[in-house]
Design a binder for this molecule. Structure first.
Ligand SMILES: C[S@@+](CC[C@H](N)C(=O)[O-])C[C@H]1O[C@@H](n2cnc3c(N)ncnc32)[C@H](O)[C@@H]1O
Length: 359
């Protein structure tokens, strides 16, 4: 049996940062905190492997791109970045994070959004919106959705709309990830350790997040390169990388852990994006190994000779020996990293592995 002492003995210290070494503001720097996303890896992990295995101008591919951490960091490193994800909202987020923004056009949008009085909303709210938001919050969100229609950076404001909707939901503050039922009256909140009330408005979040989004994309502009970024909305088992791949850095979904469409249900509802829940790998254990292996095989087939595949996993079920083999990959290194978890309901000792493989 593996003991705690064994785990620490095997630890890769370069990849195991303490809170002091890697504080939250660094883990969530610039666009990485544009919108909450459960299940992303820390950007510094990507940076380590870019420096180990890539050169500026290389093509870096992430078949499970998620919120776009690999793409953002690969772009800042000076590589060409490409990725795919089956969730349309995640693709939107990754595109918005990696896009270039012209300061004058950004300012014009902000002026337009702050100057215009809320418009009367034409369509009645859907059943979902009526259930999950207070009447005032729904009307403010729908009004913002109408106001952003003529903006230059529509997708950026869609992400802001989604972030504000997440904050304005009738969800308990201590159950924001997957709330089961709306909170309609006061409740004892374990996060804030006091009595909290359901949120009634959205406008204050919209205003705060417009400002925050502008600041974050401008901060990223300071490190952003002009290398191309390609985001493909599709199934990684089928999608071809857009060229010969020099390096893959990815973290596949873990079986049965996170519902990647479900965690942003409010965004699909408000923005009206296509859902492809049935194509999501990891919704259960069945077909999981075959699915991830097929996606990694596609990546392996596109690799240049000597190219590496870096896979971040929580492989407590030891599925990845078989997955890598089925994908035609040979394991070169299995690194163990201590994940520094924040406080709250998901706090606690947690380790993940980084598998480095070659075709
Ligand atoms: C662990 S997350 C990746 C997080 C990413 N590393 C980040 O930092 O944001 C796994 C991602 O795989 C995506 N996914 C699940 N099934 C997929 C499939 N068949 N094709 C492509 N992406 C898929 C999910 O939507 C999710 O965004």
């Amino acid at each position: 049996m593996t003991t705690q002492a064994d785990l620490y003995a095997d630890l890769d210290l370069e990849l195991s940062w303490s809170e002091h070494e890697l504080p939250e503001r660094e883990r969530t720097k610039h666009v990485h905190r544009l919108h909450p996303y459960l299940g992303k890896f820390v950007p510094q992990l990507v940076e380590v492997f870019l420096h180990r295995y890539a050169q500026p101008g290389d093509l870096v591919w992430d078949p499970f791109a998620g919120s776009g951490t690999t793409l953002v960091e690969a772009n800042a490193f000076g590589a060409r970045a490409a990725g795919c994800d089956v969730s349309a909202f995640n693709c939107l987020l990754a595109r918005v994070k990696t896009a270039a923004y012209e300061p004058a056009a950004l300012l014009a949008d902000v002026v337009r959004l702050s100057a215009e009085a809320p418009m009367a909303v034409s369509a009645p709210p859907s059943e979902y919106l009526e259930r999950w938001f207070a009447p005032r919050a729904v009307s403010e969100l729908l009004s913002f959705r109408e106001r952003i229609a003529g903006t230059i950076y529509l997708d950026l404001w869609r992400v802001v709309l989604s972030r504000a909707a997440r904050s304005a939901r009738l969800a308990r503050h201590d159950d924001l990830d997957f709330p089961k039922a709306p909170a309609t009256s006061e409740y004892e909140c374990s996060k804030h350790r006091r009595t909290c009330r359901p949120v009634e408005e959205a406008e204050k979040f919209l205003r705060r997040y417009v400002r925050d989004a502008v600041q974050r994309v401008q901060e990223f502009a300071d490190v952003r390169s002009d290398e191309p970024v390609t985001v493909i909305h599709g199934d990684a088992r089928i999608v071809e990388p857009p060229g010969a791949v020099d390096l893959v850095i990815t973290s596949p979904p873990y079986p049965g852990l996170i519902d990647y469409h479900g965690q942003h249900a409010y965004a699909y509802e408000l923005i009206g994006l296509e859902r492809r829940d049935e194509d999501e790998i990891g919704r259960g254990v069945r077909g999981y190994c075959e699915g991830v292996a097929a996606a990694l095989r596609r990546a392996a087939e596109a690799l240049v000779p000597g190219g590496r595949v870096v896979v971040v996993v929580n492989d407590s079920r030891r599925l990845y020996d078989r997955i890598l083999e089925e994908a035609g990959l040979q394991l070169e290194e299995r690194l163990l990293r201590h994940v520094n978890r924040r406080t709250g309901r998901r706090a606690g000792e947690y380790f993940e592995e980084v598998l480095v493989a070659r075709a």
